[in-house]
Ligand binder design. Structure first.
Ligand code: ADP
Ligand code: ZN
Length: 726
């Protein structure tokens, strides 16, 4: 018997299979298994996936034998292999890239570390009778006596409890044996919380979901309307049918409250998968799924590939979150994979959000998705009142970044022992450092961006490539002491508020304060315990958090995200601001939200203040129609990247020519233009955008272009079908 083995070849994303002979001791070898094979010269080996098994081999030279199966519990089953094929088609990636994407890093073929399994070692008596006999008939040392009596009592004890020399003696005498057991790094106690009696709206939503179909449902539910309880009860239904469930949540909400609620309800039936886990933890969680020991997988984007069998329901929470799209090769959207699996298993797919994407809402309107809605907050909680503050007026008599009104409200709130959340979507201290004397501006030498000042470490840092520089007192250009700091980040905001409200207890949450594992959770726990009065930070603070004592939310600069040059900037602003607003007044205390802006007439901001998603949806749909953007048109982005400006520029023009020759006339070809990330780390990018309603030649043309560029080592083609950002 022979096997075709797919390996990662030459570091290039090229599919390449090699044929090996299957040795007699591997008669159970199956398609989809991972194997170690000899490769190249000497004793070099490599790992790969078995893609085919055949009886005969037609080649004319001696072939080598497979050495062994690696990770015998891992098999890419029929479904996963089919997902791999689909992923390839969806993103134009290679088969090996598709398989690698579906697996945690500890199980990818490249990984050389041999074993992630964590063991725990116990000692046991070989036989109690023998041990008794030994105690009675021999002169026994004190330690030996203690160990034997302890084991007679407790049966099984951690090996590290006892002196190893004494143990050694007992083992050689055949009295004691060592037991090695795998131990999962993450373990939960079953502290089962009971399902809540549902509100009428919630009950209706749960009832409307039809199991054993591949229906997609859009669950539009305002913030704090109890979507999570709906998810839990739907999942409970699936489990009752002996089926399994996947719940996707955005990366950042995973480390927080939602997971704890699931543990409390479902205990150790839950496995979690996200980037906050160590490789070992991910390995264990993945193994629990492979072994069928868990029925629920909660995770970020890549958890959509979890090897669950017999899936009964798939849920994507915060379905509008851009984190469901992978921004590196393969550029897939978890929603597409979810739809594939929904169909494969005949399992309903639920998309939940308070601010659905325009695409999803449009599909619900057309009846492609079934529409479910939760329009009220739970219990006595009301939607917060939201007010815009015109910062143009403030500017005349107040130079602070906090308006008088917001400051007043903060003071009242503090006096009432209530808590405050402030959103400023920019980290660091100051976003621009310039010299008053000569006009010099600090910029990254490798990227197209100004450096941000981080006061705590006194460095200027590039937020694209990480380049950093210690700040000096004088201007590097004119050597005068003329440096001034412009543009406020979270670090400076913290400083200012501490000055304005000296007795308030402030905690900051952004990428800088949450670098270490567990720090994110620590901040949340401390704020929930009211160890702090004010939580300020970047968009991290806007998602999925439920603090009943927060009654005031302030948005420092609503314009920052509105002004991003992207066709989705209104949509992302609407989502960000209403998510942030949704943190206020989640229990019986009424919430207030103040949004500071220099464009208070902006329609998106008005819709946020009125809490009117549907008005925003209708307005923005008109814009999209007018400008031929999704959901009216599909988009594909093509970028050519190169360290050489000239090469990037000439190659993108060739791409354009090729597209013009091969695509149909109705497809709009825009560009080339410098991409939004035009220069990062000294790599230049030019971009072409395609807009089309239907383009029969698209995939074929893109594939051909992709192949042409595989041979080019100087310029790279990045293709993104249905990009989330441009
Ligand atoms: P969402 O996910 O829609 O923002 P949550 O699921 O966080 O809302 O619910 C908000 C709060 O309401 C939570 O504290 C939750 O425990 C509570 N809750 C949800 N459903 C019910 C219910 N049926 N009865 C009582 N409390 C509920
Ligand atoms: Zn840089």
């Amino acid at each position: 018997m022979y096997a075709k083995v797919l390996i990662e070849y030459n570091n290039k994303q090229v599919d390449k299979t090699f044929t090996y002979k299957i040795p007699d001791y591997l008669t159970n070898l199956q398609k989809g298994m991972k194997v170690t094979v000899p490769f190249g010269i000497g004793s070099h080996t490599i790992n790969g996936f078995v893609t085919d098994i055949t009886d005969t081999y037609e080649g004319d030279y001696d072939i080598k034998e497979i050495i062994d199966v690696k990770d015998p519990e891992l098999i890419l089953n029929e479904e996963l292999l089919a997902i791999g094929e689909y992923l390839k088609e969806l993103t134009l990636c290679s088969t090996i890239t598709a398989y690698q994407t579906m697996l945690p890093s500890s199980l990818k073929v490249k990984d050389q570390k041999s074993n992630y399994t964590k063991y725990i070692t116990y000692v046991e008596l070989v036989s109690e009778e023998k041990a008794q006999e030994f105690l009675n008939s021999n002169p026994v040392s004190k330690t030996q006596k203690f160990i034997i009596e302890d084991l007679l009592n407790k049966k099984r004890v951690l090996k590290t409890t006892y002196s190893s020399t004494a143990l050694k003696v007992l083992i050689t005498k055949g009295l004691v044996q060592i037991i090695k057991e795998q131990q999962y790094r993450l373990n939960y106690q079953n502290q089962v919380s009971e399902p809540l009696p549902l509100t009428e709206e919630q009950a209706k939503a749960v009832e409307q979901v039809e199991f054993a179909t591949n229906n997609t449902y859009l669950l539009y539910g305002v913030t704090a309307s109890g979507k999570t309880e709906v998810y839990m009860q739907l999942i409970a239904k699936a489990l009752k049918n002996h089926q399994t469930a996947i719940l996707l949540v955005p990366e950042i909400t995973l480390t927080t409250q939602i997971v704890n609620r699931f543990y409390a309800r479902f205990g150790n039936q839950v496995a979690i998968l996200h980037s906050g886990l160590s490789d070992g933890e991910k390995y264990d969680e993945y193994l629990k799924i492979l072994r069928g020991e868990v029925s629920i997988v909660i995770g970020a984007r890549s958890a959509i590939f979890a090897p669950l069998k017999n899936i009964g329901i798939i849920i994507i929470d915060e379905e509008h979150s851009p984190s469901y799209k992978q921004e590196t090769n393969p550029r897939y959207h978890a929603l597409d994979i979810a739809k594939f699996r929904s169909k494969y298993h005949q399992a309903p797919l639920i998309l939940g959000s308070a601010t659905p994407t325009l695409e999803s809402m449009a599909r619900a309107e057309k009846g492609v998705y079934h529409f479910l809605s939760l329009t009220n907050r739970i219990g006595a909680a009301q939607m917060p009142s939201i007010e815009l503050i015109d910062m143009r007026k403030e500017l005349k008599n107040n130079r602070s970044i906090i308006s008088k009104k917001l400051l007043n409200k903060m003071q009242t709130c503090l006096a009432n022992h209530e808590q405050i959340i402030l959103l400023l979507n920019r980290r660091g201290h100051s976003t621009t450092i310039t010299c008053q004397n000569c006009g010099y501006i600090y910029k990254c030498p490798y990227c197209d961006i100004t450096l941000t000042y981080h006061k705590s470490s006194n460095v200027l840092r590039c937020h694209y490539c990480g380049y950093s520089l210690i700040k000096k007192d004088t201007c590097p250009n004119c050597h005068e002491e003329g440096l001034i700091f412009l543009g406020t980040g979270t670090e400076k905001l913290e400083e200012e508020i501490q000055k304005l409200l000296p007795t308030s207890r402030i905690v900051r949450m952004d990428a800088d304060t949450t670098q270490n594992k567990g720090t994110h959770q620590k901040i949340i726990d401390a704020f929930a315990n009211h160890e702090y009065d004010i939580l300020l930070g970047t968009q991290m603070i806007s998602k999925g958090l439920d603090f009943p004592n927060v009654t005031l939310v302030g948005v420092i600069n609503a314009d920052a995200s509105l002004n991003i040059p992207d066709f989705r900037s209104s949509e992302t602003t609407y989502a960000l601001l209403s998510q942030a607003s949704g943190r206020a007044g989640r229990s019986n205390k009424k919430g207030q939200v103040y949004i500071q802006s220099y464009n208070p007439d902006n329609y998106t901001l008005k819709c946020v203040t009125n809490n009117n998603y549907l008005a925003f949806y209708r307005y923005e749909m008109q814009n999209r129609k007018l400008l031929s953007y999704p959901p009216y048109y599909y988009l594909t982005s093509l970028k050519v990247a190169s360290k050489s400006y000239d090469l990037a520029s000439s190659e993108i023009n060739k791409v354009k020519k090729y597209l013009e020759e091969h695509l149909t006339a109705t497809t709009i070809i825009l560009g080339p233009t410098p991409a939004a990330n035009f220069r990062v780390n000294n790599v230049y990018r030019f971009q072409i955008i395609l807009k089309y309603k239907k383009e029969p030649n698209l995939l074929q043309t893109l594939q051909e272009l992709d192949h042409l560029f595989l041979l080019n080592n100087q310029a790279f083609l990045e293709i993104d079908l249905n990009p989330v950002t441009l």
